[in-house]
Design a protein around this ligand. Structure first.
Ligand code: TTP
Ligand code: MG
Ligand code: MG
Length: 407
């Protein structure tokens, strides 16, 4: 059986500022802007959260509810990026099987390294916390479990400075009493549906999945709705099952860029899915160009209405940061992953195997690619100035909503 860790830094942006400026500790602190700026709080520290301040709250609302000694800072993404890299590098000293899923969060498969810690995940997790605290001045929360979802949930239940271990065999008991929306993927669109079926806790969903597993569905008018409920509950119940999916670190460059989008309503419209895929490829390529990188591998991920998720990856003939190349590969992968008529819930694109842009441009010697590169850079700068909608490729005009969801 595998052992997974999920580590998430506590109030990351604020913690970096408090590590660098210890006088901020103990005071409410909001990162995102000054108290009179328009805009939102990107990270309140735990003192500010005691007053009810939350991520994405307008700065001015936060300023109204916080005492006058609260501190507001615009923050520095460059600095947070450096801290993020430092912490991830430390974690790779503990295990190479690491998948960074956001700026302050990574999954680790520690199965192969636990013997260094007397097969005791508690010792290993404590050593990680101690090192990150000592060398970076940051506190983190860690969840340990036999699958990723349980590890993720465990990391969140005792924040900040949490360490929760879900021992093998106790996954069900651990999850059962928690609200069903604790499961990643159960959000504001699926929750009301589950509530109408009286499903409020993970345990309710597990019981529903078991009740309906054999009996089938005989109430025909409700069939589609009930089938959806059953699929959701089966997915939720599967989160208590140990996982054998190894974490595969990406080749020699341990970095990737990905963009996902969940559709407002599940769709079987292939053109719409394709257009969204193009849009997501565009967003990935923009980041590649900004970071002066090219990618050699493209992965497409599709989640269907019943929550089954499939993904496939392909290598590009040459490294690229142009959406023509990335999308061409992504479209082929999509065609292999989806059967016409299948209802799609989410689509995602990931580019990986990244390298510096300059070498690959020279190797290429393909003037069309260079021309496209120049064109895309122009478009990037126009979109940065006037917004994405100011100029866009025809294919994405049907993509009405541009709600992206990070990993
Ligand atoms: P999170 O890990 O989601 O949140 P957090 O670290 O601030 O707090 P917690 O202790 O609950 O983990 O996000 C990491 C950083 O990403 C966060 O410090 C700020 C940034 N962020 C945004 O800029 N916008 C957002 O909507 C979210 C959720 C995070
Ligand atoms: Mg965090
Ligand atoms: Mg996080």
């Amino acid at each position: 059986m595998r052992t997974f860790f999920l580590l998430d830094i506590d109030c990351f942006f604020a913690s970096v500022e408090m590590a660098l400026h210890p006088e901020l500790r103990g005071r409410p602190l909001c990162i995102g802007g000054l108290r009179t700026d328009r805009g939102i709080v990107s990270c309140p520290n735990y003192e500010a959260r005691k007053y009810g301040v939350r991520t994405a709250m307008p700065l001015r609302s936060a300023a109204r509810i916080l005492p006058s000694d609260a501190v507001f800072l615009r923050g520095s993404h460059r600095l947070y990026g450096e801290y993020s890299e430092k912490v991830m590098a430390m974690l790779r000293d503990f295990t190479p099987d690491l998948e960074q899923v956001s700026v302050d969060e990574a999954y680790m498969d520690v199965t192969g390294c636990l013997h260094f810690w007397g097969h005791d995940p508690l010792r290993m997790a404590e050593a990680m916390k101690e090192r990150i605290g000592r060398e970076c001045g940051l506190s983190v929360s860690i969840g340990v479990a036999s699958n990723r979802v349980c590890a993720k949930v465990a990391a969140g239940v005792k924040k900040p400075d949490g360490l929760v271990i879900v021992r093998p065999g106790t996954e069900r008991g651990f999850l059962a009493s928690l609200p069903v929306e604790t499961i990643p993927g159960i959000g504001p669109r699926t929750l009301p549906h589950l509530h109408t079926y009286g499903i409020r806790t993970v345990g309710d969903a597990m019981a529903y999945a078991e009740r309906n597993a054999c009996s089938g569905d005989r109430r025909l008018p409700l069939r589609a709705e009930r089938l959806r409920t059953f699929s959701l509950c089966r997915f939720i119940a599967s989160c208590a099952v140990p996982s054998d999916d190894a974490i595969v670190p990406h080749g020699h460059v341990e970095k990737s860029i990905s963009r996902d989008m969940t559709f407002g309503a599940d769709t079987a419209d292939r053109e719409r899915v394709g257009a969204t895929l193009y849009y997501l490829a565009e967003r990935c390529c923009k980041t590649l160009r900004e970071d002066e990188l090219t990618a050699s591998t493209v992965t497409v991920r599709v989640r269907f209405a019943d929550f089954t998720t499939v993904q496939k990856q392909a290598s590009l003939p040459f490294p690229s940061s142009n959406e023509e190349d990335i999308f061409a590969a992504a479209r082929r992968l999509l065609a292999q992953l989806c059967v016409p008529g299948q209802l799609v819930r989410l689509v995602g694109v990931k580019v990986s195997n990244l390298s510096g842009a300059e070498g690959s441009q020279l190797d290429l010697g393909v003037t069309a690619a260079e021309k496209f590169g120049a064109l895309h850079r122009r478009l990037d700068s126009l979109q940065s100035r006037y917004g994405y909608g100011s100029i866009r490729w025809g294919i994405t005009c049907g993509v009405a909503e541009h709600r992206e969801e990070g990993e």
